[in-house]
Design a protein. Structure first.
Length: 290
């Protein structure tokens, strides 16, 4: 099994576009393949210069959410992965040497590694599985295996496998949205644009109070940090410890708790919820204190 290398990183790259070149129409679909792989580790990436955009974007509302596929008669070898935020969409660009590989890009309930089938934990509440074939980055790609920009739509790109000419990635998105895929030459690239969508107001009122904060915490949780955020009782206990003396906490309902301060008899009712109920990081936040 061949895995991409690197350490998890946070990058914020503004105004990146795909560059000039010719667009290649999709061909036949590559052979279907089950998801699989060992999750790749990650490394600190260098900042990639921003090339110019090939053309004005299509109207975002017209982009479909259906799986996109294309075939190729020759292999493409991964050389770079870059991301960028635009006014109405976020972009990820996969660059290749020797040619543009075939691809299959579509929404899945979860991204699994190739070939072991382990879960590739991603932040967000929608996930794209991106597979290139025939392709590899084993000897040509030395960049990060995980890129975490926390853009409005694109939250994280993570390597999901490099096995038997199938090169796989997972993308964590803030919400399922329309996307487009196109290819460019000079150099060879596959470009994925994901439309921005409006999210409801974030329900958290303390500690985590916005969607960007929540996505950051999901990313940390997936890396093994603060596992207590996945337990509603412990989330309430953490709040009580910071606001009351020697507080006791008891559950009073499916999403409510009562925190009591023995020395004063003061008590408060705390309501919690999970803003996201898919993926590995289904964290709890406090929505009401009364």
């Amino acid at each position: 099994m061949r895995l991409l290398r690197g350490l998890a990183v946070l990058v914020t790259v503004a105004g990146l576009a795909a560059g000039c070149g010719s667009t290649t129409p999709p061909g036949a679909s590559p052979s279907p393949r089950s998801q699989a792989t060992k999750s790749a580790s990650t490394a600190l990436p260098t900042r990639t210069p921003a090339p110019s955009s090939p053309a004005p974007p299509s109207p975002v509302a017209t982009w479909p959410i259906t799986t996109r596929t294309a075939g190729a008669s020759h292999a493409g070898y991964l050389t770079a992965v870059s991301v960028g935020q635009h006014a109405t969409y976020d972009r990820v660009v996969f660059s290749f040497s020797q040619g543009v590989p075939g691809y299959s890009i579509g929404y899945v309930n979860e991204v699994l590694s190739d070939a072991r089938g382990d879960l590739v934990a991603l932040p967000g509440q929608a996930f794209l599985r991106i597979v290139f074939h025939p392709s590899s980055g084993y000897q040509t790609y030395s960049g990060p295996g995980t890129i975490t920009p926390i853009f409005p739509a694109l939250l994280q790109i993570r390597a999901a496998g490099d096995f038997e000419s199938y090169l796989s990635f997972g993308a964590g998105l803030s919400q399922r949205a329309g996307f487009r895929v196109f290819t460019l030459t000079r150099p060879y690239r596959v470009v994925i644009d994901v439309a921005h969508v409006s999210l409801p107001q974030f329900p958290g009122i303390t500690d985590i109070t916005s969607w960007p904060q929540f996505w950051q915490m999901q990313t940390a949780f997936n890396e093994g940090h603060q596992p207590w955020r996945g337990n509603p009782l412990m989330v309430v206990q953490a709040w009580a410890a910071g606001h009351m003396t020697d507080a006791t906490v008891a559950r009073t309902g499916p999403d409510t708790f009562k925190a009591t301060e023995p020395s004063t008899g003061k008590h408060v009712t705390i309501t919690v919820t999970r803003p996201v109920i898919v993926g590995a990081a289904q964290l709890w936040v406090i929505t009401k204190i009364s």
